[in-house]
Design a protein around this ligand. Sequence first.
Ligand code: NAP
Length: 516
Amino acid sequence: MTDLLLNHLGGRWVAGSSKGSTLVDPVLGSDLVRVDCTGLDLAAGFGFARDEGGAALRALTYRERAELLSAVAGVLQANRDAYYQIACANSGTVKNDSAVDIEGAIYTLSTYAKFGASLGDRRALPDGDAQRLGKDASFQVRHVQVPSRGLALFINAFNFPAWGLWEKAAPALLSGVPVVLKPATATAWLAQRMVKDVIDAGVLPAGALSILCGSPAGLLDALQPVDVVSFTGSAETAARIRAHDAVTRRSVRLNVEADSLNSAVLLPGEAAGTPAFDLLVKEVVREMTAKSGQKCTAIRRVFVPVDLFDAAAQALAARLAGVTVGNPRNESVRMGALASRAQLDSLLDGLGLLRQQAELLHDGAAHRLVDADPAVACCVGPTLLGCRDGDGADRVHDIEVFGPVATLVPYRDVGHAVSMVRRGQGSLVASLYGSDPSALATLSIELADSHGRVHVVSPEVAASHTGHGNVMPQSLHGGPGRAGGGEELGGLRALNFYHRRAAIQAGTAVLDGLAL
Ligand code: NAP
């Protein structure tokens, strides 16, 4: 039988009491490890995190907690080779795609260590200047931000087991809030191994970091009003969490990152073969194929002027045809597997629904798998669909196929493009491609209300832009409406979620003594 991964709760490693779930290699179909968290005393474990981990973190200053983040990043760097092996086996990703997750995690931690160092040796943060409450300055109000005294529970998606943990844990730990992670079961191994390495290295106070592997019963029941939950996953699970008593009755603060039908838009006036056109083609193919399209930020809909539909279809299909798909252990393979059989089935279902309203411009099924058995491996080639009537096709704007699938849609004018982009009902990111700075700026503002991020690619940033789908710690991540309404990252803005804001009303001498 495969090894059982342990949970870390209450400051110690503990096994669940049943057989658990087996994690599977999505390329070879072989069993890897098991996870289980049945029968754990969540209330006691969460209490330990709040009382021991939280207290120890809050006793430190922001600068000292920033040093903890640097130490965590150092531990991960020292063990990174093992992470690549686990990612390849459990997520089926090629090295470049594993790097997005693993190096992205380390970079985000290191960046938050720098942000935190700039906050210095204090334990509370100012929020604006003092304002008079009366005619003179003798009695004023000052707003402060202080660390929440609860824990931060992260319920994460399967697609970023490493980055998904540390992009949330970095601002939480920097804020002085202990972390309890519940990774998605299918790919929990990498997150568990990282947590194990950090715990074993002894760089964090006891109780500052816990992990529950598997699907713990009563997870949300163990939360108290001081806690916060950050959820990443499907809109359906988000709806269930939103309806739980912890949120509706105990006012546990909740952040949701959910589905998103992200867009790429080529502005009018860019002929086929111009730099902006070529940049769109390159970026769409990269986004469709990176991590086999299993990125919440991946481009799902591509909008081009109607007279460029055929040229764009040809250019995209030609590039997609060169993508090698299969076993990530083979160095000629550029795109590995989907994370699980469930994801492959879900992709095929979604593709079937989209195909009823869209034509096939490039068929992923035509890709021969390299070093992988099609009957076993959860591998699928990239598929480009085309939908010439974007107004009449509701599914293109509504069904998120979480894999290497995108749909090309023509538009008549910018207003028409905007109206179809908005049918995504709120998305994480839109990218714009063009060479007219004024038109790009105008469209950026136009789309800002319905997106957490607008990524603008013009020829002069061809070599320096960070990529449509890459989430940088300096920039906001999250999106309104269907995307969940959450906010993560965005530099020090991320700390807001882990702090409580309060107004202190007092005389000048007291306000001067707040040590902000
Ligand atoms: P999911 O099925 O909703 O699962 C997400 C997490 O929720 C997993 O850890 C899962 O645990 C847990 N969970 C499931 N039911 C639960 C319940 N009743 N109570 C508490 N936790 C529960 O989503 P997924 O399939 O892992 O992720 C794919 C989706 O995530 C995609 O739709 C994608 O759009 C979205 N996503 C969004 C972002 C973003 O930043 N906006 C990023 C990545 C992914 P188990 O695994 O143990 O079931």
